[in-house]
Design a binder for this molecule. Structure first.
Ligand SMILES: [Zn+2]
Length: 279
């Protein structure tokens, strides 16, 4: 499993309820114990790159700690990590399309980030940055984003609309299954519908970006939809269909706010299924 990791994308000490900043390294260490991991080189993105999808003044102020990041603080360590977290996803995406091999970016904090606004632990939208760069570099014509974090990927939609992007197909779980009512019924409905959602989404695309968020879990304080087994089923459906259609997957972590060991277990399960299905 090719994991795009650089120490500089990880921040151990953050001032936030979210553990996202320290997840890259924790996941990597955890995965190493259960699957063969190849650590891949990350090329950081630049402020210029980020300005392709965000307001330039906004980008520069966040990077220079004049403006709060997505964690609602102005820590320099977080600001310094942003070019590397986004770089991890972009590097993983470039490699995946060039080599038609699925890759992993141990990153979070992308999908709520709008054109000119950091929201909900998300600073810059690495998903959209990777999509725009792949298109610009001629590496991909069409890109799919399947966002199965519990929450609406408002930032992704915001940037797609703002920049009038017509080559990204986007599905976000949070827009369609926002309710916590009758958890088992909604979970069963989601898993039943997921195969056709994935098939529709990846029609004619060159690559699938998959946010394998841990926060839809039933015990997550911000989630409440899927059991651990359901989440495994989710990953299995996504990976199996992508494999069958020959579409490389670039997956990442997104949200997860309960007991940290359970969050790691959910990401471990995704890694195990990656090995089993995608090789
Ligand atoms: Zn979330």
């Amino acid at each position: 499993m090719k994991v795009f990791f650089d120490e500089r994308q990880n921040v151990e000490q953050n001032e936030s309820f979210s553990p996202s900043a320290k997840k890259p390294k924790a996941c990597l260490e955890s995965w190493k114990k259960i699957v063969p991991v190849e650590i891949m080189e990350v090329t950081p993105v630049t402020a210029e790159d980020l300005s392709l999808i965000h307001d330039q003044d906004h980008v520069l102020k966040v990077l220079s700690c004049e403006k709060e990041n997505g964690f609602q603080n102005k820590l320099k360590t977080i600001a310094d990590s942003l070019l590397w977290t986004n770089g991890s996803f972009v590097s993983a995406a470039r490699y995946a399309v060039k080599n038609k091999i699925s890759t992993v970016s141990p990153t979070s904090g992308f999908h709520h980030a709008e054109y000119k606004k950091c929201i909900g632990f998300c600073t810059f939208n690495g998903l959209m940055l990777a999509a725009v760069l792949l298109k610009k570099e001629g590496l991909a014509n069409k890109i799919a984003i399947l966002d199965t974090d519990m929450h609406y990927g408002n930032g992704t939609d915001n940037i797609i609309n703002k920049l009038k992007i017509d080559y990204v197909s986007h599905y976000t779980l949070g827009k369609h299954y926002p309710t916590q009512d009758e958890q088992e019924v909604v979970a069963a409905k989601f898993l039943k519908e997921l195969p056709s959602i994935v098939e529709d989404l990846i029609k004619d695309v060159d690559v699938l970006f998959y946010q394998a968020g841990a926060d839809p879990h039933v015990d997550d304080p911000y989630g409440g939809l899927l059991t651990t087994e359901d989440l495994k089923q989710r990953d299995k459906i996504v990976f199996s269909i992508a494999k069958e259609k020959g579409i490389p997957v670039v997956w990442n972590l997104a949200g997860g706010y309960q007991d940290f060991d359970v969050v790691l277990e959910i990401h471990n399960n995704t890694a195990l299924l990656h090995k089993e299905i995608l090789g």
